[in-house]
Write a protein of this length. Structure first.
Length: 122
């Protein structure tokens, strides 16, 4: 378990640093469209799809390397990629109610939670 945590942590460090550098390079003004976050989310989703497909096709890729690439780098880069992958898995399994609850709940409750957090700190 310690070995897996180290792989995830190392990948998370890399993904987080890359995300930060992109956000610095693409800063938006007050009320401007958050292009950096948008691009990170789309690229992260594409990357986790590619990596997930490669890992599924290649049994020679170790669990640790899979964790490093997907949970670590992609997860550190954007948790939206994991959210999107999990949504796809719900869709593919035919769990449409779960999919709907997960998407709507995550977005709506997530926004409400951010609003509540900000409100409590005023």
């Amino acid at each position: 378990m310690i070995k897996e945590l180290l792989y995830v942590g190392a990948g998370g460090f890399i993904g987080s640093v890359i995300r930060y550098l992109i956000s610095v390079a693409m800063r938006h003004g007050e009320g401007g469209f958050p292009w950096g976050t948008f691009i990170v989310n789309v690229v992260g989703c594409f990357a986790i799809g590619i990596l997930g497909g490669l890992i599924n096709r290649n049994p020679n890729i170790s669990t640790e390397i899979g964790l490093f690439l997907t949970v670590g780098i992609c997860g550190g880069f954007t948790t939206f990629s994991t959210f999107s992958k999990e949504s796809l898995l719900l869709l593919q399994s035919g769990n449409y109610l779960g999919l709907s609850c997960y998407i709507v709940g995550s977005v709506v409750i997530g926004i409400l939670a951010v609003w509540l957090g900000f409100s409590l700190m005023k």
